[in-house]
Design a protein around this ligand. Sequence first.
Ligand SMILES: [Zn+2]
Length: 383
Amino acid sequence: MMKETFPQLCNHNHRHPVQGIIPPYMRLHLISDEENKMKIRQAHLGDFSLDEEIRARRQAYAKLNSAEKLLLASQQFKAGGISKSILQTIAADPGLLPQPSRLVYSAENGQSLPGKIIRKEGSKPSKDTDADKVYDSAGATWDLYYSVFGRNSIDNKGMMMIQTVHYLKNYDNAFWDGKQMIYGDGDGKIFASFTSDIDITGHELTHGVVQYECNLEYKDQSGALNESLADVFGIMVKQKALNQDVTAANWLIGENVVIGEQYAIRSLKAPGTAYVNHPDLGTDPQPHHMSGYKNDPDDNGGVHLNSGIPSHAFYLAAVDVGGFAWEKLGKVWYNAMCNRDLVPTNATFADFKNATLTESTALFGAEDKVTASIRNAWNTVGV
Ligand SMILES: [Zn+2]
């Protein structure tokens, strides 16, 4: 088989489900709503089958070897009207360049990916505010990973950050599909454009980082950890961009994407309160403690639901330590995420707790306040 003769970028054989920001439980809520919102409901039902399609594409992509991936990329870039010199840059090893490498496309409300090129690294702002927003958000994500953790992009080898905006019409989600970001414009009634929050870009690009590091399986506790890491690093991207310390930050994911001042997608500070009595979405079902852990078969065992537990542990420890979350806690969480011995692909919350304590001890010492805060935080959420 060809597959065995080429080095594989992705040499594991488990499934790569699509990691969208909007969990199935939010959508199911919309679909089961009996009110006269047929139009929105139909759009959401459409999204469900589309998720399956993207999931299948992502699985197929994971099986390709690196040469096949490069070929596929060149074909797509050609379709997107990109120049030969950019192609050559991609083909060459970009690991030497300690700077972000961004490409933003528009699907022009269609389905072809990556679409039409709107903006590339170093070019002037376009007239497309969504494209400019995600260009900046990806830059802030790259900056957090590089300037704080010394990581050069998603794969730590300077990988291009490819993003497509205006995916389909009124599409209610944002995805990392295994190789690029995809953003919908939102339906305009419940969800605004998914480009609206910097933490969503940070969240989705972190799924890419996880894929290249501990590669947590996207189900049950390892899947909830995968979701939690995406939120934890997504929130740090926002806090660093806004220069917010742990007390100034609101710890909300997607506060601009969900329309309405009082609503967001998730809260790390108080899981279960991101939206309360929303007319269409109901109330945020996230638990903040292991006693509320739920197995949700519609959500790969509750990956978006139970992520609230480890995310809240990060919040508690960060607030206890004080200052900027990324300076101490972020480094511990980053090192744990990259520790494949202690965090295997099927890691449990307890495995990750152990990894954070080990990494904190290595960085700050077993008796340091940071290590004590982390231990207390995990204990408080029942892990
Ligand atoms: Zn996610």
